[in-house]
Design a protein around this ligand. Structure first.
Ligand code: DAH
Length: 315
């Protein structure tokens, strides 16, 4: 029997014959054309038969109910691996969960109210520009930070406060900024937000939580320090720095800016229906990509979203 390839070659040759029709005496064209069509039909049928035969030869019947060992020659499909950012994010969430935090998931499409108003950025506030925010044609916002979830977290867990407890929640999420992209800036990245509210929350508690987070994550004791920052949704606002961990080749003399944080602004609590004269809170938020980059010495943040298998396989 002819092979699929051989028949395909013949069909190709036959197709070339059709071009000759125009050079043939008009009285003979019809017969010539009919002859070609007949040959073509025969070849197409032969081709289908050859394809069917090839398939039935190559596919072994498979008993899907048999024990795995009976089907051992079935090729094992190579499994993928977890994306490094998800591995790091899970590590971070484990640390928070051990400290007693709930986890809430952020959205990938949000709105003007949660991006700005609920966070005490009134309309026209100049700090709005700092967030390089994308907008869809319908007016939705792919969130530029996970702080868009603060208002929802406060409202959802307010009942715990009323029962004499506290709000303790972390919110990981994907965020988007219309920035110029380079080795240290990506338009899409991950952040994790934290929100804590109680009758007497203090800045000291906040620094304790954050120090513990970084020490657990990098597996060593670390110094932290703060410097003044500005965010409309916290007062006072701080930036938290950690001593460059030894595991990253630090000698204890370098400082790394890790996240923004502060005491939740009374207006933010009020907007969520929490009385700021009775309750105090702190909040913080920072990038996950950056933590992972430092931990593994990755030299280009763009690898994470690139789908480059060579890079992803290293983890
Ligand atoms: N959302 C801020 C940013 O992406 C970071 C931040 C600062 C989050 C202070 C907070 C906070 O919760 O209290 O730049």
């Amino acid at each position: 029997m002819q092979t699929v390839e051989e028949i395909k070659q013949k069909i190709k040759a036959l197709n070339a014959e059709y071009a000759k029709i125009k050079d043939i005496d008009p009285s003979e064209r019809k017969a010539f054309g009919q002859e070609l069509n007949k040959k073509r039909q025969e070849l197409e049928k032969a081709l289908q038969d050859a394809i069917d035969a090839a398939e039935s030869e190559s596919v072994e019947p498979l008993d899907v109910t048999a024990p795995a060992a009976n089907n051992a020659e079935i090729p094992v499909i190579k499994q993928g691996s977890k994306h490094p950012l998800m591995t790091e994010l899970n590590r971070i969430l484990d640390i928070y969960v051990k400290m007693g935090f709930n986890v809430m998931e952020a959205r990938q499409l949000d709105d003007e109210f949660h991006m700005f108003e609920s966070l005490n950025f009134p309309e026209g506030h100049p700090a709005r520009d700092g967030y390089d925010t994308f907008r869809t044609e319908e007016g939705f916002i792919p969130p530029a930070h996970t702080s868009t979830m603060q208002h929802r977290a406060l409202k959802q867990y307010k009942k715990d406060l009323e029962k004499g407890g506290q709000i303790a929640v972390v919110i990981p999420g994907r965020v988007f900024r219309n920035e110029d992209v380079d080795a240290t800036h990506e338009h899409t990245f991950y952040q994790c937000e934290g929100v804590f509210v109680s009758k007497d929350a203090t800045m000291g508690q906040m620094l304790g939580v954050l120090k513990r987070l970084f020490e657990e994550y990098y597996g060593q004791s670390l110094k932290i320090k703060t410097q003044p920052g500005y965010f409309p949704f916290t007062e006072p606002s701080l930036e938290l720095l950690i001593e460059k961990p030894k595991s990253l080749g630090g000698k204890g003399d370098g400082w790394l800016e890790m996240l923004g944080c502060g005491m939740i602004h009374p207006n933010v609590l009020k907007m969520a229906g929490i009385d700021p004269t009775k309750y105090k809170g702190f909040a913080w938020g920072g990038g996950i990509d950056r933590l992972a980059i430092l931990k593994y010495g990755i030299d280009d943040i763009r690898y994470f979203e690139s789908g480059k298998l060579d890079f992803l396989k290293e983890f």
